[in-house]
Design a protein around this ligand. Structure first.
Ligand SMILES: [Zn+2]
Length: 124
């Protein structure tokens, strides 16, 4: 009789664990679905933003950028004489070439090849 009571207590405990586990699984599943929905919405928003922005860039420059993204960041800020794409500090010779380039001329990082965006922080 005592073994039967122990078995019944064990069954109740196991049923409680199953119920708890199912509830936790449901909670985690709902949480995961919410994260996936948020990230899907974010991805769709970024895709729309990128398409809108890409529409403002000359086709030739956009094509160059997209071809460069196969092997680099595509474009990076030149900050303090350093490429933000590969973090290489440009040599004096490279910087001299960039100083001589027109403002609208495309210049590339000699290391990674990405288009370097020049600003007042470029150190030129
Ligand atoms: Zn670089």
């Amino acid at each position: 009789m005592e073994k039967l009571e122990q078995a019944e207590v064990s069954v109740v405990e196991q049923e409680r664990l199953v119920t708890e586990t199912n509830a936790e699984g449901m909670r985690l599943s709902n949480e995961a679905k919410a994260v996936v929905a948020d990230e899907t919405a974010r991805s769709e928003r970024l895709t729309r933003d990128r398409a809108a922005l890409a529409g403002t860039v000359p086709a030739e420059l956009l094509a160059l950028y997209e071809s460069l993204t196969a092997r680099s960041d595509g474009a990076a800020l030149l900050r303090a004489r350093t490429c933000d794409g590969c973090h290489m500090v440009l040599s004096g010779t490279d910087l001299q070439v960039m100083r001589g380039a027109a403002d609208d001329e495309i210049v590339n990082c000699p290391e990674c090849g990405c288009i370097l965006v020049r600003t007042n922080e470029s150190g030129l």
